[in-house]
Every structure is written in C-alpha cells, then in structure tokens.
Design a binder for this molecule. Structure first.
Ligand SMILES: Nc1ncnc2c1ncn2[C@@H]1O[C@H](COP(=O)(O)OP(=O)(O)O)[C@@H](O)[C@H]1O
Ligand SMILES: O=c1ccn([C@@H]2O[C@H](COP(=O)(O)OP(=O)(O)O)[C@@H](O)[C@H]2O)c(=O)[nH]1
Length: 235
C-alpha cells in the first residue's frame, strides 16, 4: 500500500477539527479504537514512553474496552520460549519492529478469543507493513486514532524510570526506538490523519489529567452509549 507520506498534518486548523469530529461521530459502532502513541509536532514529539499502556489500561477499566497491547502480546510470546519468541527477543533488544505476520497472528488470536469486541489496540500498526496487514488481514478500520503528544525528553525520562526490567529500556535502545518511531510510524499517523481519524491528546501532563482529556474525546465521539458507565470488565 502506498501511504501519503506528504499528507498534511493540519489538525490545528479549526476546519479540520470539525471535519474530524463529524467523521468519528458517524463511524462509531462496534469497531476498534486504535490507541497509538502518536504526535503532531513532527520534529520533536515521538512515541515510546508517552503513556499509551497506562492510558489504555484505564480505557479498558473504566470505559469497557478490551485492551490489546501489541508489545505485551509480543512479550508473552517471547516468554513462552517458542521459535517466534526467540526472534522477538532479538528484535526487541535492537528496538526494531518484528515482521508483521508475527504480531498479526497474535492480535488475530486475541481478538477472536475476546468476548468483548470493542478493542483499544495499543502500539499497532507501527509501520507500513503493519498497516497493510491491519487493513487487509485483520480488517481493522479504527474509529479513531489517539495521538499522544509528548516531548522526547519526557518520554525518555519516563522510560528510564519505568523500571520493569525490560531489555529495551536502556538509553541506546531507547534512541533506536525513537528513530524507528519517526521513520516508520509517522507515515502511518499521516495516513490516518489524511483519513481524519487522528485525535491529539496532550500526554505530557499527569496521568489523571491525560485520562480526563481522553474521556472527553470518547464522550465527543459518543463512543457507544455505555461509555463512562461500564466499570472493570476488560475481557
Ligand atoms: N502522564 C504521566 N506522567 C508521568 N508518568 C507517566 C505518565 N503516564 C505514564 N507514566 C509512566 O511512564 C512510564 C511509561 O508509561 P507507559 O504507559 O508504559 O508508556 P508506553 O506504553 O507509551 O511506552 C511508566 O512508568 C508510567 O507509569
Ligand atoms: O506492533 C508492534 C509493537 C511492538 N513491537 C516491538 O515491541 C517493542 C516494545 O513495544 P511497546 O509497545 O511494548 O513499547 P514502547 O516501545 O511503545 O514503549 C518495540 O520496540 C518493538 O520491538 C513490534 O515489533 N511491533
């Protein structure tokens, strides 16, 4: 698939905002919301450590969505010791993205096994190959793509203090992940932006403030009549 690399990121324009809201409100039904750590300031804000897992957990807990984290699914597969798992470990250590078929297989299984069919997908799709697989194999047509806008300094600080023993939370690998993000993931964001799916979230603030903004977005999207009322069940 050819992506519009040069698609304009004009979300700050009032006209575009209105168009975006209109499209999202109309589209929302039982389709997944794709939470990605995405940005608008192309030269500055990037992805890992922007708090997407933290916020997706809250969306699952409080808004009744099933949280599917691409990173967590890969980690579980790596832990299993399978052949795919060994390969995943190597890619993660290098901060590289694993071949799409691996993550697609894991996501497909998780989606099929889930009773809850409202998904918030965390950290996928991250490059053009992923995007093509998302559309053609998984048939993911997200209602909205949440854009977490956070400075690189803040993301690095958060990752370094995450302290979960992750093989990739080291300064050299963090730099590589940030590069992968700007080279491979930005075109995906541009693509969703050109389709009017992107909603920008100011992710540099405290966790509860970020979540308040997300709840506001969900309300605006009229994301199923039950949003905000369902508690806890996330599977
Ligand atoms: N708004 C926030 N303010 C401060 N720390 C945060 C915030 N959101 C997340 N964190 C912390 O930053 C680290 C990275 O967050 P995480 O959700 O794992 O990011 P990501 O999934 O985008 O890599 C975690 O230790 C988390 O507790
Ligand atoms: O669709 C995906 C999602 C994640 N990853 C790998 O998993 C790592 C960690 O991703 P995660 O979303 O857990 O964390 P983040 O890098 O956003 O903090 C990435 O650097 C990649 O190596 C991948 O290859 N494909």
């Amino acid at each position: 698939m050819m992506l519009p690399h040069k698609a304009k990121m004009s979300l700050s324009s009032g006209a575009h905002q209105i168009e975006l809201l209109h499209i999202l409100t109309e589209l929302f039904a039982d389709k997944p919301i794709c939470g990605n750590d995405i940005l608008l300031k192309l030269n500055r804000s990037r992805g890992p450590g922007s708090g997407k897992s933290t916020q997706c957990s809250k969306i699952a807990k409080h808004l009744g969505f099933r949280h599917l984290s691409a990173g967590d699914l890969l980690e579980a597969e790596a832990e299993s010791g399978s052949n795919d798992g060994k390969m995943i470990r190597e890619y993660k250590k290098e901060g590289k993205l694993v071949p799409s078929e691996i993550i697609v297989k894991l996501l497909q299984k998780a989606m099929q096994e889930s009773q809850n069919k409202n998904f918030v997908i965390d950290g996928f799709p991250r490059n053009e190959e992923n995007l093509s697989a998302a559309e053609n194999i998984l048939k993911i047509e997200p209602n909205a793509v949440l854009v977490f806008d956070c400075s690189e300094e803040e993301m690095t600080r958060r990752i370094l203090s995450r302290n979960q023993g992750r093989v990739d939370d080291k300064i050299d690998t963090i730099k590589k992940r940030l590069n992968v993000y700007s080279e491979s993931t930005l075109p995906v964001i541009n693509y969703y932006s050109s389709k009017g799916k992107v909603r920008k979230i100011d992710a540099g603030r405290p966790i509860e403030e970020v979540f308040d903004e997300i709840k506001g977005v969900f309300s605006e999207l009229n994301a199923g009549q039950d949003l905000g009322r369902k508690e806890s069940t996330s599977n």
